[in-house]
Design a protein around this ligand. Structure first.
Ligand code: NDP
Length: 286
């Protein structure tokens, strides 16, 4: 066989990026499949985004992740945007098709995969409450609605932000998505199948913060999900577990969004256990 010392490249572009744990998740996965691929974690300032994408094209990168602050700004430099990413209005993963760069959003899809695979729940026909109306909530609500959830209730502190997000998504998806202002303590009702915290409440450094929700009326099979990763064992997750409710933490969403990206880039089935192991080590959980 002729020698081939050329590595294929993928990258993460963001600012700051020092603590982004995607590299330690991807690199062992490439090695596990014997792929001579590298994942570069690259700091790119907002005014250098255009140059970074020109560089991506020049270097023939196989794909990239875009993180804060580029998830929305990157859209204008791409050749195509996948329908769900266009609805969400943000791209976290770019894949290459020949010379074309195509924007995808794997955050909400990663969340869905966790719900289906780890919790064994199909959201089709289910009633879901999503706390929050930021970037994570938008991706999660979009994918839940596209997956056929019967009712998605967005509960958010800022009324303007919540109403605007819901009106925009309903106009694009024509799905049963509703808004309720978050005033005082939100008490879940018996008909709720899945509760999702997509706010940053509970995130480092405020690790003891609990979203103001009353879990007492919940059905014993209501699934409680938290998008917060740092730490994954949030007070909400602990409170739900203490009540005997099934739970899904933010690590599942994070690893699966990476799994989906890996598969889009390489066309190979991702070694999920290897990726989970790499991620848990990077997050200091293993
Ligand atoms: P944003 O800043 O876009 O949105 C934050 C949301 O949290 C808003 O809805 C905001 O409400 C709400 N919020 C914050 N503090 C409070 C509070 N004290 N009381 C009530 N509501 C509050 O953040 P993201 O959507 O990007 O991220 C949210 C969380 O999800 C973060 O912890 C992030 O790390 C995590 N995440 C996890 C991912 C994963 O793969 N597991 C992927 C992406 C994000 P308001 O509009 O009223 O300000």
């Amino acid at each position: 066989m002729p020698a081939n010392f050329k590595a294929e490249l993928v990258a993460c572009f963001g600012q700051p990026v020092e603590e982004n744990p995607t590299g330690p998740m991807m690199e062992p996965a490439f090695r596990a499949l014997g792929l001579n691929w590298r994942y570069l974690t690259v700091e790119v300032a907002p005014d250098k985004l255009r140059d970074a994408i020109l560089g991506m094209r020049a270097f023939g990168l196989k794909g990239a992740n875009f993180t804060i602050p580029h998830k929305v700004a990157v859209l204008e430099y791409l050749d195509e945007v996948a329908p769900d990413a266009a609805i969400i209005g943000a791209v976290n993963t770019v894949r290459r098709d020949g010379d074309r760069l195509i924007g995808e959003n794997t955050d909400g899809k990663g969340f869905l995969r966790g719900v289906r695979v780890n919790a064994g729940v199909d959201p089709k026909g289910m009633r879901v409450v999503v706390l929050g109306a930021g970037g994570a909530a938008r991706a999660i609500v979009t994918e839940l609605a596209l997956a056929g959830a019967a009712d998605v209730l967005v509960v958010n502190r800022s009324v303007t932000r919540g109403e605007r997000m819901v009106a925009d998504l309903v106009s694009k998806i024509h799905a049963p998505i509703r808004f309720e202002a978050w005033q005082g303590i939100y008490a879940v009702t018996k008909d709720v199948d899945i509760l999702v915290n997509a706010t940053s409440i509970g995130m480092y450094p405020n690790i003891d913060a609990m979203p103001p929700v009353d879990l007492r009326p919940a059905r014993p099979d209501m699934l409680v999900c938290d998008a917060v990763i740092n730490p994954p064992d949030t007070r909400l997750i602990r409170a739900a577990r203490e009540r005997g409710l099934p739970v899904l933490d933010g690590v599942a969403m994070l690893v699966y969004q990476g799994v989906i990206g890996f598969e889009l880039w390489t066309g190979r089935k991702a070694p999920e256990a290897v990726m989970m192991d790499g991620l848990r080590k990077a997050l200091g959980l293993a």
